[in-house]
Design a protein around this ligand. Structure first.
Ligand SMILES: Nc1ncnc2c1ncn2[C@@H]1O[C@H](COP(=O)(O)OP(=O)(O)OP(=O)(O)O)[C@@H](O)[C@H]1O
Ligand SMILES: [Mg+2]
Length: 246
């Protein structure tokens, strides 16, 4: 795994309809950090992750991955380094079987079939989907699809995992398993979520986005216990910290 620092400098982004989504956004993520990105619906979390892998291009500002600036030319390299797991698994799974979806990335890297098979097996086993290679994605439950999309990224062996709402639509046990898995990774992790209890478990640092601006950035156990701050961002305390009604 290479040592990659991510530097985002004065990023401005608007979708083609012209509405400003991210405004003057700057942040630095060191190798190995696990960072939560939280904010109300529409705050710009998914947009930020898509900018990071060049699926969207900013109007101005700069993204550096290690010593490499993100440009159309460096995109293929950057997408090998940073693996984005989409919010919606249907955006990630597009081939007839899960096995083919997971093999897609490694095959694109030109690896031989024996290595591809090994990576596929390992990635599926690590998300508890061993043996499901031949299943079509539409025959999986929502949680299994989520796990399969994580496997497509793990098989690419990226340095940085960018995870957009990794626990959404998971049942409690599957959610717990994803949390345990994310805790084990040594990768740099960027995790967006409304599941603030998960962020507390997985991320040492949390960034709060409000209407496309960073309004706070610090240790998760300070940010996620600051009720006033969370309220200002349209959020609430993690469930485990909320006062019980009786
Ligand atoms: N393709 C698009 N074209 C125009 N506007 C878009 C597009 N995609 C998203 N938006 C708008 O950009 C804003 C930020 O969206 P984004 O998906 O980044 O929010 P988010 O923080 O991930 O929200 P959520 O918590 O609901 O996932 C929203 O107001 C959304 O309506
Ligand atoms: Mg989103």
């Amino acid at each position: 795994m290479s040592h990659l620092k991510i530097e985002i400098d004065q990023l401005h982004f608007a979708y083609p309809n012209g509405r400003q989504i991210l405004t003057d956004l700057s942040l630095v993520i060191e190798q190995g950090e696990s960072v939560g990105i939280i904010g109300a619906n529409g705050a710009g979390k998914s947009t930020l992750l898509q900018l990071l892998v060049g699926l969207l291009l900013p109007q101005s500002g700069r993204i550096m991955v290690g010593h490499t600036p993100l440009t159309p030319k460096t995109l293929p390299w950057i997408r090998e380094r940073i693996g984005l797991v989409f919010q919606d698994p249907d955006d990630q799974l597009f081939l007839p079987t899960i096995g083919e979806d997971v093999a897609f990335g490694p095959r694109n890297r030109g690896l031989d079939e024996a290595t591809v098979s090994q990576l596929v097996e390992h990635a599926l086993a690590s998300v508890n989907l061993a043996g499901l290679q031949d299943r079509p994605p539409y025959q999986l439950s929502g949680g299994e699809k989520k796990a399969a999309s994580l496997a497509t990224i793990l098989a690419m062996e990226p340095d940085v995992l960018a995870l957009d709402e990794p626990t959404a639509s998971l049942d409690p046990r599957a959610r717990r398993e994803v949390i345990e898995l994310l805790k084990q990774f040594k990768h740099t992790r960027l995790v967006t979520s409304h599941d603030l209890d998960m962020i507390l478990d997985v991320c040492d640092r949390t960034i709060v986005l409000q209407a496309g601006r960073i309004i706070a950035d610090g240790p998760s156990n300070s940010i996620l216990t600051d009720e006033k701050l969370l309220q200002a961002a349209g959020l609430e305390l993690p469930l485990r910290l909320q006062p019980r009604p009786f």
